[in-house]
Design a binder for this molecule. Structure first.
Ligand SMILES: Cc1cc2nc3c(=O)[nH]c(=O)nc-3n(C[C@H](O)[C@H](O)[C@H](O)COP(=O)(O)OP(=O)(O)OC[C@H]3O[C@@H](n4cnc5c(N)ncnc54)[C@H](O)[C@@H]3O)c2cc1C
Length: 413
């Protein structure tokens, strides 16, 4: 197998005219140039593989997202792509927990969340993958794929082939559909609505714990505006849009003046097996969104990296079909975190327990900071440990946080 090294030795004619001349042979086809796909592409190139990075969009492109990059996700991004320009982020350190319009608690010097606009963030990641040597097929939709045969047909009719395919093509993944007949289970898929409100970032990040029965609402401050949204798991609420209109009005935003968009959120259940043979699924295509926080960027980057490492190892062993097995081993810690998150989500969003959680949030600085440390990715669910998890549950059941007696009435839920 001939490798192109780190991509810098790709012939110049190939970079400039690769789309016009017959496409070269590749080792890996990466479908989707979001965080998962770009992470997979740059990792595979650095492993010495010839990589095609395919996306239907020309970048920069919009992606409906709160753009809250947790400390953990920011760490993964810098580890995979190198340091990112500080200008991509507005760092938010003041967080307000609310119950509708009532403020439960306001924390200053909270764990940092790096708020970003996905258009700029994703374009920066993709650019790093292309600079490293991935061959750029962005702006070209994959019309059809036969993943097990390692064959992808672009909308303009060109056919690309490779022994390994990485499907990082988002929640509606065509690669997952080609493998399993559907990209997600409609019974468990989440959904979210969002609107961008231009202007100043506003003072606080707001987390409205009761915006929805099985989810939450958020106001994320950004450079140049705010992102407001509601969403969560198992949201099959026909009244979601009018509910969001009311929620916006309660925050001083006239819904008629903003563009409201909705998108599925694969936070209900991940694909139990993230691929087949030499075909791997990463990021949203594998259903890797946290059911409590709605966070998906961090796992997208990490799973993209792990998929590429598994691909490189399988190719080096001359056994591309073993890529999935190698990927699954690497994915165990992510799977375990999502299982813990799913268990905890049943408590956090349980209608009988939620009022108690609200009271705990309102009354205990310790509990607020621990909860935020989880949301901001400073702490893993594993860090809770089985004993601590039981103690958290008991505290929530008793309606108090870090040992502080209750004096707030809370409510909602
Ligand atoms: C409303 C909302 C708010 C969210 N807020 C947050 C948040 O604050 N923080 C957080 O961490 N996560 C958040 N998420 C989740 C996060 O957006 C995703 O988990 C993340 O984008 C997953 O990255 P990805 O690379 O797997 O997929 P994507 O970012 O969706 O990228 C998939 C790419 O595949 C391309 N593609 C799709 N089909 C084809 C095709 N046929 N041919 C070629 N290309 C194709 C698309 O153009 C796209 O660029 C939110 C999600 C939603 C819906």
């Amino acid at each position: 197998m001939r490798h192109w090294g780190n991509g810098r030795d790709l012939p110049d004619w190939h970079r400039r005219f690769g789309l016009i001349l017959a496409p070269p042979g590749f080792d890996v086809l990466v479908i989707g140039a979001g965080p998962a796909g770009s992470a997979a592409a740059i990792t595979a190139v650095r492993a010495g593989l010839r990589v095609a990075l395919i996306d239907k969009a020309a970048f920069p492109r919009d992606k409906l997202c709160g753009g809250g990059v947790t400390a953990r996700a920011h760490g993964y991004a810098c580890a995979v792509f190198g340091d990112l320009p500080a200008g991509l982020f507005h760092i938010s350190r003041t967080v307000r927990f609310s119950n509708g319009t009532e403020t439960l608690a306001r924390l200053e010097q909270a764990p940092a969340i790096y708020m970003t606009m996905r258009a700029g963030f994703d374009a920066a990641l993709r650019a790093r993958a292309i600079e490293a040597g991935a061959v750029d097929y962005c702006g070209h939709r994959m019309a059809h794929c036969v993943p097990d045969a390692g064959r992808v047909v672009l909308a303009d009719g060109r056919v690309l082939t490779a022994p390994v395919v990485i499907g990082a093509d988002g929640v509606h993944s065509a690669v997952a559909r080609a493998l399993f007949g559907r990209a997600f289970d409609p019974a468990t898929i989440g959904f979210a609505l969002e609107a961008e409100v231009p202007g100043g970032p506003g003072p606080d990040t707001e987390l409205d714990m009761t915006a929805l029965p099985w989810g939450y609402g958020w106001v994320f401050p950004k450079t140049g505006g705010r992102t407001l949204g509601i969403g969560g798991v198992s949201v099959q609420d026909k009244d979601l849009r009018p509910r969001f209109h009311d929620w916006l009005r309660a925050r001083g935003v006239d819904p008629a003046t903003v563009k409201i968009k909705g998108h599925h959120l694969p936070s209900g259940a991940s694909n139990a097996v993230p691929g087949r043979g030499a075909v791997l699924l990463a990021g949203d295509a594998a259903g890797l969104v946290d059911p409590i926080t709605g966070e998906g960027i961090g796992w997208a980057i990490l799973s993209g990296q792990l998929a590429a490492e598994a691909a490189a190892e399988a190719l080096a062993a001359g056994a591309p079909q073993t890529a999935l097995r190698r990927y699954q081993v690497r994915m165990r810690p992510i799977r375990a975190e999502l299982v813990r998150a799913r268990l905890l989500a049943r408590l956090v969003y349980h209608p009988l327990l939620q009022p108690r959680l609200l009271r705990a949030l309102a009354s205990s600085d310790h509990f607020q900071r621990r909860y935020l440390a989880l949301l901001a990715g400073e702490m893993d669910y594993a860090d809770l440990g089985p004993r601590r998890l039981v103690s958290v549950v008991l505290r929530v059941l008793r309606g108090r946080g870090g040992g502080t007696r209750l004096d707030a009435t809370g409510g909602g839920g």
